[in-house]
Design a protein around this ligand. Structure first.
Ligand SMILES: Cc1cc2nc3c(=O)[nH]c(=O)nc-3n(C[C@H](O)[C@H](O)[C@H](O)COP(=O)(O)OP(=O)(O)OC[C@H]3O[C@@H](n4cnc5c(N)ncnc54)[C@H](O)[C@@H]3O)c2cc1C
Length: 370
């Protein structure tokens, strides 16, 4: 069996975008994905300008809602704190729609669906599948996420830490929701809301601090009443939304940290396999898209890919961790921070998003083209 130039393990956002980018460089590519169809778990995804540029450069259409602003609200009182206007290029996307668009653009890519990789050989030149088949590899790109085989192969001793936070995700039907995200902050918990598709679906991600560990992974169902109880101290409009939740999933937020090494033998990690992110800056998929473009330009020099990417990714991960703390402030610090936000709202509401110019203005398609 002849190996393609590039074998990509994982057909998520990182893997499919990388496949399209590598095929565009004239390489033969095969994607190996355990699911029998290209699908995504979960619903909402905020695509930011740094990720959107990659999708546009790859010719992938990005159906969704153009997000105009992020509004921060004090959860317990329902009081408006700040509405931060966004520039162009922020899009609220249904994950399944993005995966479908990526799949549409993958015409030159070999897709091996329903195929689970069990292990990677020491030099990463051979993959063993669950059914015992062995597949030779020239170059392996590990895009199989935080709990995938390639991360375990490159960094077998790396351990994740429970952050003391759990998250729920749910969808409720809505009408006429504005084209913006809302963050309802409060002591020990917060909730992010934004519309999807034709603004008839509201995506809910709610986070609560807890000492009791809950398994990570995206597919554990919870009782909707547990979510309602956790936010019983929030203002009436949020409680009314939660009353309409019928199905909810819960998972424990794990801090995996950045994977210490990104390469071993012929294998290079990208996306969540290289740097699982906590969902406090909405950048995991955006960074994965940047990785996809970058690795496709560094196929013959993965070390240069790693050197180019790690400092930026580390900065984004640190910014996400900082948000987790700021959303859950208590006591005097909460009062002080909320006063500052209300003042900013009056005099310079755009200042808060400008502190992320380094993140959103970055154009990997311009900076790393050979
Ligand atoms: C609640 C929540 C909200 C988020 N919101 C945002 C957001 O708004 N914006 C944003 O940018 N990011 C967001 N993220 C992060 C984002 O979802 C991830 O960073 C992104 O999906 C990572 O993509 P990936 O392709 O690297 O990995 P994954 O999506 O994990 O894909 C890995 C793929 O590999 C396959 N696979 C795994 N193991 C094997 C195997 N052994 N053999 C074969 N196939 C295998 C899996 O089936 C899967 O298809 C959010 C995350 C969460 C939890």
């Amino acid at each position: 069996m002849t190996a393609p130039d590039v074998t990509i393990l994982g057909g998520g956002i990182a893997g499919l975008a990388t496949a399209i980018a590598c095929a565009g460089q004239g390489r033969s590519v095969e994607v190996i994905e355990q699911a029998s169809a290209l699908t995504e778990v979960g619903a909402g995804l905020q695509i930011a300008p740094n990720g959107l540029r990659v999708l546009q450069a790859l010719g992938v259409s990005v159906p969704g809602i153009d997000s105009k602003a992020v509004q921060v609200i004090d959860g317990p009182t329902g009081r408006h704190l700040i509405r931060m206007p966004l520039g162009s290029g922020f899009r609220l996307v249904h994950r399944a729609d993005l995966i479908a668009s990526l799949a549409d653009r993958s015409g030159d890519v070999g897709l091996r669906l329903g195929t689970r990789v069990a292990s990677v050989s020491d030099d990463a030149r051979m993959l063993a599948l669950n059914d015992g088949t062995r597949i030779p590899v020239n170059m392996l790109i590990g895009a199989d996420g935080a709990r995938g085989a390639s991360r375990g192969f490159v960094a077998p001793d790396h351990k994740a830490r429970f952050t003391g936070q759990v998250a729920w995700r749910a969808i409720v039907p809505v009408r006429d929701w504005p084209a913006e995200a809302q963050i309802h902050v409060g002591p020990g918990r917060h909730m992010v809301l934004y519309p999807l598709r034709d603004a008839t679906m509201l995506n809910i991600v709610a986070v609560e601090e807890r000492t009791q560990w809950v398994a990570d992974g995206w597919s554990h169902r919870d009782d909707p009443q547990a979510l309602r109880d956790a936010f019983a101290g929030y203002a009436a409009p949020v409680r009314a939304l939660l009353d309409r939740v019928e199905t909810v999933h819960i998972w424990g937020l794990m801090d995996h940290g950045m994977t210490p090494e990104w390469t071993r033998g012929a294998c290079t990690l990208i996306g969540d396999a290289a740097h699982p992110t906590l969902p406090f800056l909405a950048q995991g998929a955006n960074l994965a898209l940047e990785d996809a473009w970058s690795i496709s330009r560094h196929l013959d020099a993965p070390g240069a890919f790693v050197a180019a990417r790690r400092p930026r990714v580390a900065r984004a991960l640190a910014a996400a961790a900082g948000n987790a703390r700021n959303y859950h402030l208590t006591g005097l610090r909460r009062l002080g921070a909320h006063g500052a936000l209300r003042l900013l709202d009056r005099i310079a509401p755009g200042l808060m998003t400008r502190k992320y110019d380094w993140l959103y203005d970055y154009d990997v398609t311009a900076t790393q083209t050979p």
